[in-house]
Write a protein that binds this ligand. Structure first.
Ligand code: ADP
Ligand code: MG
Length: 368
């Protein structure tokens, strides 16, 4: 079974490569190409890689005549993206934009420009529930450097004016991004893995891969039929399990292919202080962890980046607004798990999603 949770506790990491090796690999693949003419005559085989990137465990398993090269190319692409998009890497394009806030526009690559432009569109669509200018708020809660602490109200009030996606200035003709207010900072943590997953899929398809399972820390994408011709089964994490990331801790199973399944939940990253839990998904309106009546949101969609943005946004919105958002758009499917144990799945998942028999603490309803 594929699984859309963090891979940490499911499998011992076998194969961590350094970013340097990955970059070299990309260079080699770009010269050699993973689709040499010899490949066409090779029988299909399966191959997989497990690695750590973007602060999480990742795995790519694929099937095709040159599966190993494809998996390696996918892994290398993730490392490359991390190097450009992480605000924790001082030489990244995002760090250059952040270092220049209040000082003028910064020229970026087309890819970085596109990610930011798409993120801005999702901010607009979700009325700011998804907002990549959330970084100053992440930092005062210690989610930037892992030095967790509850900030003072004054710190929250100081950070909040810096969180406003409407201030991001994009110039498509000159490929520049500007954060006009000093102290504004971008954080692509809520979109990066979804974008990466779409990119890995494209690489796989370009490498003649016929079927793949791509799990980037809970952002799962599958395409093609499994080797026995059957559809993929993707476990949806049980957010109430002692360890929601454990291999058998899923509350339901989704069956399908050519989809991404992306879950956001408070259980993924949090800290406890004074008996209270503080999660890593922030409400940009309050500058505090989202006080959601949802424990998790899973988005099912062919577009991984959309799924990543919306899983975060719908979590922030809470159950009622999330359902309304689905009704207003219907260009994705979703599974909402509430704090009181109800599971609401959009009705287009009726034939695809079911609870696991043993999870009697949950009730499933399809909504329309
Ligand atoms: P995960 O990273 O666990 O898969 P998400 O996709 O929900 O979970 O992303 C959460 C990350 O997104 C946070 O760690 C932070 O970097 C960023 N983030 C937090 N709140 C928001 C928000 N309201 N809008 C956009 N990004 C956010
Ligand atoms: Mg997300």
């Amino acid at each position: 079974m594929a699984d859309n949770r963090s891979y940490a506790s499911m499998k011992k990491l076998r194969n961590i490569r350094s970013a340097g090796t990955a970059a070299l690999l990309t260079a080699l693949l770009m010269t050699a190409g993973c689709m040499s003419s010899a490949v066409a005559n090779k029988p299909p085989v399966s191959a997989g890689v497990d690695f750590f990137a973007m602060n999480t465990y990742m795995t790519i398993t694929c099937y095709g005549p040159d599966a190993k090269a494809a998996a390696d190319a996918g892994e290398a692409a993730v490392y490359e993206l991390e190097k450009t998009e992480s605000r924790m890497i001082s030489t990244s394009e995002i760090s250059r934009i952040n270092a220049n806030s209040g000082k003028g526009p910064v020229t970026v690559s087309q890819e970085t420009f596109d990610i930011i432009a798409d993120a801005v569109q999702y901010a607009e669509k979700t009325q700011g529930a998804f907002d990549i200018t959330i970084a100053p708020v992440m930092d005062i809660w210690g989610f930037g450097d892992g030095n967790y602490k509850v900030p003072t109200d004054a710190q929250i009030q100081a950070a909040l004016p810096l969180v406003n996606w409407k201030e991001i200035k994009l110039d498509a003709a000159n490929l520049t991004v500007e954060l006009p207010v000093a102290g504004m900072q971008l954080d692509l943590g809520g979109i990066g893995k979804g974008f990466a997953s779409d990119k890995v899929q494209k690489i796989m398809k370009g490498c003649n891969v016929t079927a793949a399972l791509i799990n980037l820390g809970g952002n799962v994408a599958v395409f093609g039929p499994k080797t026995d011709g059957s559809l993929w089964k993707i476990g949806i994490a049980d957010p109430n399990a002692p360890d929601p990331n454990a291999a058998d801790a899923f509350l339901g199973v989704l069956t399908g292919t050519d989809i991404s399944v992306i879950t956001s939940g408070g259980y993924e990253r949090f800290f406890v202080q004074g008996g209270k839990t503080y999660i890593h998904i922030m409400d940009p309106a309050t500058g505090k962890p989202a006080e959601s009546d949802l424990l998790s949101v899973s988005i099912v969609t062919p577009n991984g980046m959309q799924g990543d943005c919306l899983s975060t946004a719908l979590f922030v919105m809470g159950k009622d607004k999330a359902m309304t958002y689905w009704r207003d758009h219907k260009d994705f499917s979703c599974i909402l798990v509430t704090t009181s144990g109800e599971v609401f799945a959009s009705q287009d998942l009726k034939d695809k999603f079911a609870l696991v028999d043993t999870k009697t603490a949950y009730t499933l309803q399809f909504f329309s």
